[in-house]
Design a protein around this ligand. Structure first.
Ligand code: NAP
Length: 213
């Protein structure tokens, strides 16, 4: 599969590495490809380009940019390049404000998630929330003595979620589908909970697991 990753940060690089290992063709999209030159020396199969070219390349896209820039980056990608495509939304709506006692501040409120806003602005895109509540270092083939961690996902399109579930499982996760886009109101704040523990214990390798029985 051709996977276009919009972003150049730790999440983009980690998922690119994981998808390359799985045999996918990967392109990363950024405003400045030079910032990925050194990384690409190790991952020389990865293509680099601007955001629009990367969106055009990807059959499946990953949105891995700062939450405040998410909508602008999708506008740069262009509606024609996005139309009908799956976008795996890894973003969190972090405000440009410091955490309060280790609790991140969001620019959204509890009744309207960032992914819902993106879905409303780009109705032809099939958004699936995933990867937002684990650190980039443990996104690919995470290993825990306590078992396989759970990736909470949501989105309006069932076939998109099936495709994303297979991709997420191949990266070593079990998947819990939490329903439609509104469920992002609960999934996005999981990153707050994840970071609280990080700030408290200065330990950033944990992941969530859903226990049913
Ligand atoms: N870091 C983690 O461990 C982690 C874990 C889970 C979820 N997340 C979420 O995943 C997303 C990516 O995180 P990250 O840590 O990899 O990267 P980041 O530092 O949050 O963001 C870097 C990316 O955002 C883009 N960006 C920043 N400001 C922009 C602007 N004004 N206009 C256009 N693009 C802009 C950059 O684009 P250019 O390449 O063009 O500069 C770059 O690709 C975030 O929403 C974050 O909350 C992060």
């Amino acid at each position: 599969m051709n996977i276009g990753i919009l972003g150049s940060g730790d999440v983009a690089k980690s998922l690119a590495q994981g998808f390359l290992q799985q045999g996918h063709a990967v392109m990363l999209g950024t405003r400045d490809i030079h910032k990925l030159s050194e990384w690409q020396r190790t991952y020389d199969k990865a293509k680099l380009g601007n955001v629009a070219a990367t969106a055009q390349f990807g059959e499946v896209l990953v949105l891995a940019v700062k939450g405040t820039a998410a909508a602008a980056v999708l506008r740069d990608a262009g509606n024609a390049n996005l139309k009908g495509k799956i976008v795996i939304d890894t973003t969190n709506p972090l405000a440009d404000k410091p955490p309060v006692n280790g609790v991140l501040q969001f620019f959204t409120d509890m009744n309207l998630a960032l992914m819902e806003k993106l879905q409303a602005e780009f109705p032809d895109v099939r958004f699936v929330k995933a990867f937002n509540s684990v650190g980039s270092a443990r996104m690919v083939q995470p290993k825990y003595t306590d078992g396989t961690p759970t990736m909470f996902i949501c989105g309006n399109d069932d076939s998109a979620k099936q495709t994303v579930s297979k991709l997420v499982q191949a990266l070593g996760w079990e998947v819990a589908d939490m329903g439609k886009a509104e469920a992002a109101r609960a999934i996005e704040p999981l990153c707050m909970l994840w970071c609280i523990l990080g700030f408290k214990d200065n330990e950033w390798t944990h992941a969530f697991k859903l226990l049913r029985k």
